[in-house]
Design a binder for this molecule. Sequence first.
Ligand code: NAD
Ligand code: ZN
Length: 373
Amino acid sequence: MKLKDSTNTEAAMKGSKYRNFPMVPRVIFGAGSFDQLHEILLPRRRNTDAPVIFLVDDVFAGTPLMARIPAIMEDQIILISADEEPKTHQVDALVAKISSEIPEAPAGIVGIGGGTLLDLAKAVAIMLNNEGKTQQYQGWDLVPNEALYHVGVPTLSGTGAEVSRTTVLLGPNRKLGINSDFTPFDQVVLDPDLTKGVPRDQWFYTGMDCFIHCVESLNGAYINAFSRSYGEKAMELCKAVFLEELEPSESREKLMMASWHGGMSIAYSQVGVAHALSYGLSYVLGTPHGLGNCLVFRHLQDYYPEGVRLFNAMAEKQRIEFPEKVCGGLTEHDLDTMAEVALEMGPLWENALGQDWEAQIDPERIKEVYRKI
Ligand code: NAD
Ligand code: ZN
């Protein structure tokens, strides 16, 4: 079978049959493993002119985590808000700041936070070693030079950004990832205790991002044994976390590993209808990724009947209330724009509906879903 990759397809463009997929080469896992970050970074440190730059979610300002960040000598800690999803001009500004303040290339970039901070860290590491503006690398395999050494430390589980080969950025014209072999982290630190303070709704929304990755990957046309093996494991872990009674520490560990496996599953397959529609929602309304996926997915029983049944059972068990009438105030023009953005995601539709997807979906059917949200 010819594999279509999630991120389009250098392999296909070159006529190669299978894509040669990069993975995160080093990972440390365990409650408290964050405290080993100092020793992990040590061999990377050359001299005081080449500090480590820590990009940290500002939700941690004033918390005990700040004192545990192993910043020494001239290292910098830059606090960044995750209230808005990452933007290309934000990456450009960070790279300009770092380059102007530091005499030589930093020893490494460490991103500490949810998907937003992880994506920013990946993008900054790429752009410190590549010329020009970030927006010119949005797309597939456009990055010529290796990224600077970069480390991801997730504090929120679900997106799979810690394993993926993309960094999703909002640019001047479009929301699109920098998909490249240089995007994945060189090192990931999986410390489930770092997710302790996540607000409950956010925990559910981002956790459901992982669940939806599994549903879309396992039910898609691009499924293969590689993706299935990860997707099934992630699905099993999600069911345990959201439908069973677990000890909090076990729940944190399991969701962190679900996120990892869910990310691996879509790396070699593709997402589907929920992600396509969620992109439209986020483009017009700025709805965050996890919440957007949830709002959409509830109305996709025609496409994923068993997935939607499980999703509803999980939301009920966890007593999650979703915002209502999110699309209520939108004009017909807004809905058209959203449908247009969703329909641009060709590979997602092809994965969900098959090669003749264009005959099966149209803007009206998509707008029907948005009207229910
Ligand atoms: P996020 O990083 O945007 O964070 C959501 C909220 O949770 C923020 O308010 C943040 O401050 C807070 N938070 C994070 N960790 C916390 C903690 N331990 N305690 C308290 N609060 C905490 O959320 P997300 O859902 O992880 O990431 C969404 C982003 O990930 C989007 O930009 C999306 O495009 C991107 N994404 C990337 C990929 C990829 O493969 N690169 C995949 C899916 C999504
Ligand atoms: Zn997702």
